[in-house]
Ligand binder design. Structure first.
Ligand SMILES: Nc1ncnc2c1ncn2[C@@H]1O[C@H](COP(=O)(O)OP(=O)(O)OP(=O)(O)O)[C@@H](O)[C@H]1O
Length: 307
């Protein structure tokens, strides 16, 4: 029987699990990456991101569960040919130019020499293609890594921490490159422990903590919407007035005031009700939860956030 995968689902895992001894590095992960999206696989160091990605490209055998990639099995030649992979840095030759490094790779894979030039141009390195790899900045090295993943125009790009170690300018460049690649029709699955990046460039995210997928949703859903922060006195009366009009479940005490889970369009009504009840209002502002806040609330883990 031939199993057909809906074209919209590029990667599907079902309870994917990898155990090393009695420890599960990846524990029952079921995720879906859809066609054309940038999917951020987010989690702290050691959460199981690399192990999951390795299973998706056939480098690690699952202990249990399964994965389908581009409608086939991970590691199948037909799937591998359509997948561009950057996991833990490809081994480039330091004394070869960037272009020659790509040529070596494209010949090895039976691709025409033009593939190397095309890939180099796509990551904005066409002008520096003749320079030795060892003279490249870290950002250029990372871009060359992405170029190597782009050889042969794959449908799916799997990038493990593509912005790791980049300076702020390099990160901005890498982010716009990833968005461009998605706009050109590539599906991108990238991992990161840097929340701010995921927040900016990903359509959807999967959050993995200690091997388990804790959440999978759009960035907006994960944030859980916006809220209004109010500083008013007396605080108890402010709380009961807000609860009466917004619903008790939407109102909570926070440091220095109260939080109402609602969009800013709710603020005028809230202020009017507070004032009518004799509450003195000192400050009202709306705030969007960052993905970072959402993540901290979801787990008690300490995330390594690079600044
Ligand atoms: N070959 C292996 N043998 C034993 N344990 C392993 C092996 N590979 C990974 N692990 C363990 O599995 C867990 C998950 O590792 P993994 O590299 O997948 O995490 P990660 O989320 O990619 O983290 P990082 O961002 O640090 O790379 C870690 O505890 C790691 O030590």
């Amino acid at each position: 029987m031939t199993q057909t995968t809906r074209t919209r689902d590029i990667v599907i895992t079902d309870a994917l699990t990898k155990r090393y001894g009695d420890r599960a590095a990846v524990d029952g992960v079921s995720l879906t990456v859809r066609e054309g999206e940038v999917y951020g696989f987010l989690g702290p160091n050691g959460a199981g991101k690399t192990t999951t990605l390795r299973m998706l490209v056939g480098l690690v055998r699952p202990t249990a569960g399964s994965a389908r990639v581009l409608g086939g099995n991970p590691g199948d030649p037909g799937v591998t040919a359509r997948t561009g992979v950057l996991i833990e840095g490809p081994g480039f030759y330091p004394y070869l130019s960037g272009l020659d490094n790509l040529r070596v790779m494209s010949r090895y894979r039976g691709l025409p020499d033009t593939a190397a030039r095309d890939a180099l141009a796509r990551v904005g390195l066409a002008d520096r293609g003749g320079d030795h790899f060892r003279g490249y900045s870290l950002g250029m090295k990372q871009r060359l890594g992405v170029a190597s993943a782009l050889l042969g125009e794959p449908d799916l790009l799997i990038l493990d921490e593509p912005t790791n170690g980049l300076d702020p300018a390099g990160m901005v460049e890498m982010r716009s490159l990833v968005r461009e690649l998605a706009a050109e029709g590539h599906t991108v699955l990238l991992s990161s422990h840097q929340l701010t990046e995921v927040q900016d460039i990903c359509d959807r995210v999967g959050v993995i903590v200690a091997g388990r997928l804790e959440a999978e949703s759009t960035v907006a859903e994960l944030r859980g919407g916006s809220s209004i922060l109010v500083r008013a006195t007396p605080p108890d009366r402010a709380l009961s007035v807000a609860a009466a009009i917004a619903g008790a479940e939407s109102v909570s005490r926070v440091d220095g005031g109260l939080r109402v889970d609602a969009g800013e369009e709710f603020a005028p009504r809230l202020i009017a009700a507070l004032v009518a009840a004799g509450v003195e209002v000192f400050d009202v502002h709306s705030s969007e939860r960052s993905l970072e806040d959402a993540f901290f609330e979801m787990t008690d883990q300490t995330m390594e956030v690079s600044r």
